[in-house]
Design a protein around this ligand. Structure first.
Ligand code: DOR
Length: 443
């Protein structure tokens, strides 16, 4: 099967060019200004931009165990709609993904259900070091250094030292200091004000835990990725990366701040908590100057009924996977950043951080994970149009300009302007950890 996508402005590694892209089977076969070929299908993409598919390296898709909130079928449809062609999913499902057996079970479920490509992290516990050492078919190890949704937590120094010393997979962590959070929660016990969430999970909680994890990474010379950076101070810690540290920001920390509790209440309760407008500005600066490399959603669906419980009974987290690309394209239209920066943060950098083989760029020989976007389309995010099972968005009612309209996964169309093609499944992402990660592959 040979597919020709013509007349699009194509975001290539070195610039945006109006070239044709030829897909053969699951791969990008040719990039050519004037192809003279016989093809099976031609897509005339005049007026649109062609991007590599988004790789979201931080999602919570709830299967197994919490499938009333989301499952791999609904979540992967949300991905296809949002231009996300590969996701890496977190281990705080029920049961948690802490052994090879549970990883294999998730891989089996995804092979059956996921429209897009997938990978799953293995979660650290105080006593699964052997599982972490021998884990296969995974991007890396996730540590909850502070507790969040679920029961995964490792905050004992001796255990953390062993994980960093005795394992080889890249490590990533949820950084919020458990002692600080508990002390603050005790001080504010009895509060029902969701704005206190940012006083309980405060700046210090994030900074102390990030500093602690970074120190472990340096001493053990272990590759480490800081998830959902939320404070200006953490971005400063990331300046001295020593070719070991990478970091990421989430759309909610870039686009919301503590001023939004008044309007959105517990809908914007998440961990790490929202911080100030100055912190959001610092995250944008860190993305621009390369201290942060990745944007990922931390898509964390809970039902509206769960979210509407009075704080602190309301769970933390919000859905975003089907709107993250549109949110960023809207920022391009607002002049906040360039389309090429968006492609770097959402597509190329995550592939390099996690050693994902053959993805993240439009280049000959790469996987044909592609998304066509219409930078001129203006449309409101509407709860009733969300395909995530939880059926709501914190951006409900917000008009965004710039939307994904058509998505291919390994050369197969999975989404076309509102319609899903559910005949095909995505594939397991391949990780080549011997390549050495972000810094080595960008030299
Ligand atoms: O707000 C959050 N929700 N942060 C996390 O780290 C976990 C997530 C969830 O799984 O609900």
């Amino acid at each position: 099967m040979r597919l020709l996508i013509k007349n699009a402005h194509v975001v290539l590694p070195d610039g945006i060019e109006r070239v044709a892209v030829i897909v053969e089977g699951s791969k990008i076969a040719e990039i050519d200004p004037a192809p003279q070929l016989r093809v099976d299908e031609t897509v005339d993409a005049a007026g649109l931009h062609l991007l590599p598919g988004v790789i979201d390296d931080q999602v919570h898709f709830r299967e197994p165990g919490l499938t009333h909130k989301e499952d791999l079928a609904t979540a992967s449809r949300a991905c296809a709609k949002g231009g996300v062609t590969t996701f890496l999913e977190m281990p705080n499902t029920v049961p948690a993904t802490t052994t090879q057996e549970r990883l294999d079970e998730k891989l089996r479920l995804a092979a059956e259900k996921s429209l897009v490509n997938y990978g799953f992290y293995i979660g650290a516990t105080p006593n699964n070091i052997a599982d972490l050492r021998h884990a296969q078919r995974t991007p890396g190890i996730k540590i909850f250094i502070g507790s969040s949704t679920g029961d995964l937590l490792v905050d004992e120094q001796a255990t953390l030292e062993r994980i960093f010393a005795e394992t080889t997979l890249p490590i990533t962590a949820h950084c919020e200091d458990e002692t600080t959070v508990r002390t603050n929660a005790a001080r504010l016990a009895g509060t029902q004000d969701v704005a206190d969430h940012s006083r309980i999970r405060d700046h210090q909680a994030a900074i102390i835990a990030a500093q602690r994890a970074i120190d472990l990474a340096f001493r053990h010379r272990h590759r480490f990725h800081v998830l959902h950076v939320s404070t200006a101070a953490e971005t400063e810690l990331l300046a001295d990366h020593r070719n070991l540290l990478t970091g990421e920001a989430c759309p909610h920390h870039l686009l919301f701040n503590t001023g939004d509790y008044a309007r959105l209440g517990t809908l914007v309760q998440m961990n790490p908590s929202l911080k100030t407008r100055d912190d959001s500005e610092a995250l944008w600066r860190a993305l621009a100057d390369g201290r942060l490399q990745v944007i990922a959603t931390d898509h964390a669906p809970h039902t509206l009924e769960e979210k509407q419980r009075p704080y602190p009974a309301s769970p933390s987290g919000l859905p975003a996977v089907e709107n993250s690309l549109a949110l960023m394209l809207n920022e391009v239209n607002q002049g906040r950043c360039s389309l090429q920066q968006v492609v770097h943060w959402l597509c190329d950098a995550p592939a390099r951080v996690w050693d994902i083989f053959g993805k993240g760029r439009i280049e000959v020989g790469y996987d044909a994970d592609l998304v066509l976007v219409d930078l001129n389309r203006s449309q409101e995010v509407r709860n009733e149009q969300q395909v995530t099972k939880c059926g709501w968005s914190p951006w409900h009612g917000v008009k965004l300009t710039g939307w994904p309209v058509r998505t291919w996964v390994m050369g197969h169309e999975v989404f076309n302007d509102g319609r899903f093609n559910t005949d095909r499944r995505g594939q397991e992402a391949q990780f080549d950890h011997a390549r050495g990660g972000y810094w080595a592959t960008n030299e």
